[in-house]
Design a protein around this ligand. Structure first.
Ligand code: COA
Ligand code: AMP
Length: 634
């Protein structure tokens, strides 16, 4: 077996050979003869002459190989008590039939389909059905409110919207249909042929309730019962498979575009080499299909290698208790679990002695993988001592689609260093640069960048916005992709990711834009200006904290204003934004050119030393702010 170092060297010394080799694990309708097309740099394309179908690779080929009876998908709903296993043959049948529904609705190759579904099997079926016919799916996380959904519908311009009567959150139901109706009112229905609704008996609302609207609302079950299964359509490796919107530094989400070929090759490779999971093994990623982690490691990754994936509808705690994760491992023989540190902190808070764990047999578990936010050494120590298994921190982003840094368990068991997601994954050339673009000395913090071209499976552009792609990621340093994270590399080549250097925050593993929250606050009639910053949170890693300046003569108490702003953020972005704190301040500290000094504000809130920037417009504002915040802390 080659070592990590050998594998890494092979990937960067001869990427062409390395990735064509990896591509052999994929079934192609027309096998690629070349790996990289750099003729239109910086818009690199992988496997330019390859043709394939991602759904065939994720489903049909396993049935054809005689493993139709093997479990492909295990749906485990802690919210309803339902457990249901779908074999590869059943999944194929369902996906082909739903692909037939899409075709009957006029969806063809290249059309977009917006999927707004919670963690139910239909989400996976809908995604794979799009892939089957070459349509481009765009899944929107169920925790987003109407306005966010509308922004994504406007940008993706879908032919269809697929949704459900609702989702289940602890203690309440989320009715999706009014949210979709309101999003369509904002976005308009132009070009949309229909809304397809999966009715869930637990939640009121059916397609018929919206019969009066200007486009048809159709019932998932009725359509599938009448549909003819659709055959897979070969697509170009470079054709988009999906668009996934993620938070940027402004309120406008970025539509990350993923291709078919590079994605299939990279994810298949990552399953074996990073997660050490192959055919017939069980992987459970406790995330949501609305995030990249869900796309890559609930849906595509495990299925591409013919493993079994667990789709868990529930929480780490409270559904019904802090033993939920251990119960799922026990029930389904999970070998690899992937979750966010916040979920582990939630379990520890409720069950610090891990007494729940004693009730279950988790002997199948080989590795726990965590990502989504920094794994603090405290949480690492606790969970390692509880599980007695390797806890593998790994770092990546929506844009990269698969891990950038990891301890690649299928290649070599490298030593684990708490606080570090280990080393660059083969294919990625990672550097830490200072603001002038000079590589930072070992151990010194700087901007984490990746040398171009990025490996297969990473974003190819932003949907219909090549300029923004270049502006956002490629313009800071010539020849490098800017990750937006800062960190350092130690003497042994281990990478430490310290946090974002932009205005993106991570709240309970959910990526949010402070700019987006600010836009909502600024829309309140009493607010003259505002700033939102991310502050440390014991459970969620970070939480947003808002600072607002009132308009002259605004007749509202700080408590009333806070209540209204919290509600406004919940209804315009969604409950996941978790804005609870709003402080009214006399003024915001700014530079002479009008830029709000958010970094200095973050330092003040964290109680850290801060220096007054030389560009400050009025130093007195900073002093008053520090006093107000200091009083709040007392
Ligand atoms: N649909 C609708 N609402 C949702 C939702 C969804 N899919 N997901 C979360 N929400 C709501 C919650 O109900 C909650 O509402 P409330 O304010 O009325 O209680 C709010 O959004 C905040 O939710 P969350 O951030 O999940 O916090 P929480 O306190 O409910 O739970 C954890 C905390 C740690 C248990 C939970 O955040 C968790 O499991 N996190 C893991 C995150 C994850 O997997 N991220 C993916 C990256 S790997
Ligand atoms: P997302 O695009 O939602 O996956 O969020 C990506 C961002 O989450 C990264 O840019 C990091 O800021 C953060 N992140 C993800 N994984 C880790 C990790 N293992 N350690 C530190 N930060 C992480």
């Amino acid at each position: 077996m080659p070592t990590y170092s050998q594998t890494y060297r092979a990937s960067v010394d001869d990427p062409e050979r390395f990735w064509l080799g990896a591509a052999a694990a994929i079934d192609w309708d027309s096998a690629p003869r070349r790996a990289l097309d750099d003729s239109n740099a910086p818009f690199y394309r992988w496997f330019p002459d390859g043709q394939l179908n991602t759904c065939v690779n994720a489903v049909d080929r396993h049935v054809a190989a005689g493993r139709g009876d093997q479990a492909a998908l295990i749906y485990d709903s802690a919210m309803t008590g339902v457990q249901r296993t779908y074999t590869y043959a059943e999944l194929q049948e369902r996906v082909a039939r739903f692909a037939g529904v899409l075709v009957a609705q006029g969806v063809t190759r290249g059309d977009r389909v917006v999927i707004y579904l919670p963690m139910i099997p239909e989400a996976v079926v809908a995604m794979l059905a799009c892939a089957r016919i070459g349509a481009i799916h765009s899944v929107v996380f169920g925790g987003f409110a109407a306005k966010e959904l509308a922004a994504r519908i406007t940008d993706a311009a879908p032919k269809l919207v697929i949704t459900t009567s609702g989702g289940l959150e602890p203690g309440r139901t989320i009715e999706y249909l009014p949210i979709v109706a309101s999003a369509l009112e904002i976005a308009g229905t132009q070009g949309i042929a229909a809304v397809i609704v999966k009715n869930r008996p637990q939640i009121p609302g059916t397609a018929q309730d919206f019969a009066g609207h200007d486009i048809p609302w159709l019932d998932w079950d009725e359509l599938t019962a009448a549909a003819e299964p659709a055959d897979p359509v070969p697509v170009a490796a470079t054709d988009p498979l999906y668009i996934l919107y993620t938070s940027g530094t402004t309120g406008k989400p970025k539509g990350v575009v993923r291709d078919n070929g590079g994605h299939a090759v990279a994810l298949e490779w990552s399953m074996r080499h990073i997660y050490d999971i192959g055919p017939g093994q069980v992987m459970w990623t406790a995330s949501d299909v609305g995030w990249v982690v869900g796309h890559s490691y609930i849906v595509y990754g495990p299925l591409l290698v013919g493993a079994t994936t667990v789709l868990y509808e529930g929480k780490p705690v409270g559904t019904p208790d802090a033993g939920a994760f251990w119960r799922v491992i026990n029930d389904h023989g999970v070998q690899a679990l992937f979750t966010a540190p916040t979920a582990l902190r939630a379990i520890r808070k409720v069950d610090p002695e891990s007494t729940e764990l004693d009730k279950y047999d988790i002997s199948t578990l080989d590795n726990l993988f965590v990502a989504g936010e920094r794994l603090d050494p405290n949480t690492y120590d606790w969970i390692s001592s509880v599980l007695h298994r390797p806890v593998i921190d790994h770092w990546w982003q929506t844009e990269t689609g698969w891990p950038v840094c990891a301890n690649p368990r299928g290649i070599e068991h490298l030593p684990i260093k708490p606080g570090s997601p280990s080393v660059p994954v083969p294919g990625y050339r990672l550097l830490v640069l200072d603001d002038q673009g000079v590589p930072a000395p070992t151990g010194e913090e700087g901007n984490i960048v990746l040398a171009l071209p990025l490996p297969p499976g990473t974003l190819t552009t932003l949907w219909h916005d090549d300029d923004r792609y270049v502006r956002s990621y490629l313009s800071a340093y010539d020849g490098y992709y800017l990750t937006g994270d800062s960190g350092y590399i130690d003497a042994e080549g281990y990478v430490y990711v310290l946090g974002r250097s932009d205005d993106v925050i991570n709240v309970a593993g959910h990526r949010l834009s402070t700019g987006g929250i600010e836009a909502v606050l600024a829309g309140h009639p009493a607010v003259a200006e505002c700033a939102v910053i991310g502050v440390h949170d014991e459970l969620k890693g970070q939480r947003p904290s808002g600072y607002v300046v009132l308009k002259a003569g605004a007749d509202i108490t700080p408590d009333e204003l806070r209540g209204e702003l919290v509600q406004k953020v919940r209804s315009e972005i969604g409950a996941v934004a978790s804005l609870q704190e709003v402080t009214v301040v006399a003024a915001l500290p700014k530079t002479r050119s009008g830029k709000i000094l958010r970094k200095t504000m973050r330092q003040i809130v964290a109680g850290e030393e801060f220096s007054t920037p030389s560009t400050i417009e009025d130093p007195a504002v900073l002093e008053t702010l520090a006093e107000t915040i200091g009083r709040g802390r007392e």
